[in-house]
Design a protein around this ligand. Sequence first.
Ligand code: 5RP
Length: 260
Amino acid sequence: MTGELSPIDKAKFVAAKRAAEFVEDGMRVGLGTGSTAAWLVRCLGEKVREEGMRFRGVPTSTRTAELAREVGIEVITLDEARWLDITIDGADEFDAELNLIKGGGGALLQEKIVATASDQMVVIADAAKEVGSLGAFPLPVEVIPFGWTASQALIEEALVSMDVMGRKTTLRMDGDKAYVTDEGNHILDLHLSRIGNPRELALVLNQVPGVVENGLFIDICDRVVIGYGDGRVETRDINAGTVEEETMDFVESDNLFRDV
Ligand code: 5RP
C-alpha cells in the first residue's frame, strides 16, 4: 500500500508517525493543519482505536477537527483545554533556529494561538522544508476584510525599511473569490524571497492596523521531526541541542493508507 505514496508523502508520514510517539495518555494535544498534520491525526487516531490511548485534541482548523473526529479522537476547544501539553504541526519553512513560516494552508492564526498555549511545539516536516534563511515561501499575513487594501498598502510601505529581497504582496484567492479563513479573514501573501531579520519583521507586521497575525513563528518551536522518503527520521531539539536519527517502519501502518 505504501508503494503508492510518493517519496514526499512517505517522508511526511514517517515524521508524523515518529511525532505521534510524543503523545501520552491523558495529554491535551494541539493538532496542526495541512497534509503532514493530517498524517499525524491519522496516526493518533490509530493509537486511539488500536491501543486504546486516551487524550484530548484541540484542532487548529475546521478541516483538522473533522478529520480528528472521523478517526476517533476526542475533540475539545482551546478554551476547554485552557493549556496544552504539546502541539504538533507542519510548517512551510524552518531554519536552523527552528523559526518557521506557517500559514500555507491558511490556518496560521489558530495555529499560532494553539502553539503558544502549549508546553512544547513540535514541527513535523519533510526535508525540503529546511532553509538557510526564511522567505522563499511567500509569508502569509492574516488581515481583516474591512479595508484590507489599506492594510496591504501599509504593509508594502513598512516593507521598504525591512531587510527583505522582494516586496510584492498578493491577496490569496479561492477560485475567483478572496480566500476566507476559519476566522472570516483574508490572507495576504508576501513574496519576500529572503527575510534578513524575521523577528523584526514579525513585530512590524503585527503593528499594521487590520493585521491580525503573521505566519512567522519565532521562538515557538521546540523540536522538529524531519522525515525522509526511505523511512529515516531526524529529531532536532533546539533546547537540549540534541539530534537523534532512526528509521520508521511503514508496514505496520498499512491500514492507515487504505483511504489515501
Ligand atoms: C497550514 C500550515 C501548514 O502546516 C503548512 O502549510 C504545511 O503544510 P503541509 O504539511 O501540507 O506541507 O501552516 O496553515
